[in-house]
Design a binder for this molecule. Structure first.
Ligand SMILES: Cc1cc2nc3c(=O)[nH]c(=O)nc-3n(C[C@H](O)[C@H](O)[C@H](O)COP(=O)(O)OP(=O)(O)OC[C@H]3O[C@@H](n4cnc5c(N)ncnc54)[C@H](O)[C@@H]3O)c2cc1C
Length: 258
């Protein structure tokens, strides 16, 4: 038995704390229509090809990304469209089936794919909760506002959420007030990133040859000064210095709240 003033659930998109306190996952999980997977493998030749770069296939409906890690491994991530959220029994077999016809380094990556139990495989989804706290239990990160890998900002938002929560806990007079301020400050940022991810789905994984062509053209144009900001806005949403802004808002709350 542990006695504590506050329980913080930072246990990811399939949060057990959320399930125990806020209700079943299916009430809060929004499936975005994709499966994703990730794994690592060793191949010095491929590592040399992709080191210091994030390389993606230029394909319709599915995408494989590769980059070289500092320890010499090649990290692979995959994402493909499917209306069925049901996960396969054998992740490796599913990956070989889904991506087996792609070229480039994909056949070598699939051949080196580790056993299914060592492959990360999940739905691409977001989490939406009417409230992030209940009594003395609160959530942070993917557990309460997963934006999905389509937003590319989930890790930063998790860290920002922990920072903002800690900041308010340190400053507010009571835990209840701190939890309210934490959610008030961060919820609009998380909601905007979730919306951007949903809007940007077809940019991330084009759904037709035409869309693929448009993406290629946009990426070429993105090299032009001025247009780069537009493309970044479409893909990442409003430019935010999240922690700085939220820290400032925490400070201003301190000054305005008696
Ligand atoms: C393929 C892929 C690529 C991504 N790429 C990016 C990217 O490029 N940039 C980006 O910002 N985000 C990316 N994301 C999203 C990012 O990974 C998440 O948003 C982020 O990791 C969420 O952090 P978190 O701490 O909330 O949850 P997690 O990182 O999921 O951490 C939760 C932790 O809780 C632990 N845990 C769960 N249950 C229990 C339990 N009962 N007891 C003890 N521990 C428990 C888990 O083991 C885990 O360590 C990607 C996600 C995926 C799937």
């Amino acid at each position: 038995m542990v006695e504590a003033d506050l329980l913080v659930g930072a246990d990811g998109i399939h949060s057990t704390v959320r399930g125990l306190v806020f209700g079943e996952e299916r009430e809060h999980l929004r499936y975005l229509g994709f499966h994703t997977a990730a794994f690592g493998f060793e191949d010095p030749e491929i590592h040399a090809q992709v080191a210091d770069q994030f390389c993606l296939t230029d394909t319709v409906g599915r995408q494989v990304g590769c980059y070289g890690l500092r320890d010499g491994q090649v990290a692979v991530f995959t994402v493909h469209r499917t209306p069925d959220p049901t996960l396969p029994d054998d992740a490796r077999a599913a990956l070989r089936r889904e991506y087996g016809s792609l070229g480039w380094i994909v056949p070598r990556a699939l051949a080196a794919c580790p056993p299914p139990e060592e492959v990360y495989y999940d739905q691409v989804a977001q989490i939406e909760l009417p409230s992030w706290s209940r009594g003395r239990v609160t959530l942070v990160g993917d557990a309460c506002y997963a934006v999905s890998l389509l937003a590319g900002q989930g890790a930063s938002l998790g860290i920002a959420g922990a920072y903002v929560l800690a900041e308010h806990l340190a400053r507010a007079g009571s835990i209840t007030t701190a939890l309210e301020r934490y959610e008030r400050a961060l919820r609009p940022v998380a909601a905007e990133k979730q919306q951007v991810a949903r809007n940007g789905v077809r940019w991330f994984v084009p759904d037709s040859p035409r869309q693929l062509w448009v993406r290629r053209a946009a990426l070429r144009l993105a090299r032009l000064p001025g247009f780069d900001r537009y493309v970044a806005g479409v893909l990442a949403g409003k430019s935010t210095a999240v922690v700085t802004q939220l820290t400032e808002s925490a400070r201003s709350l301190d000054h305005t709240t008696p």
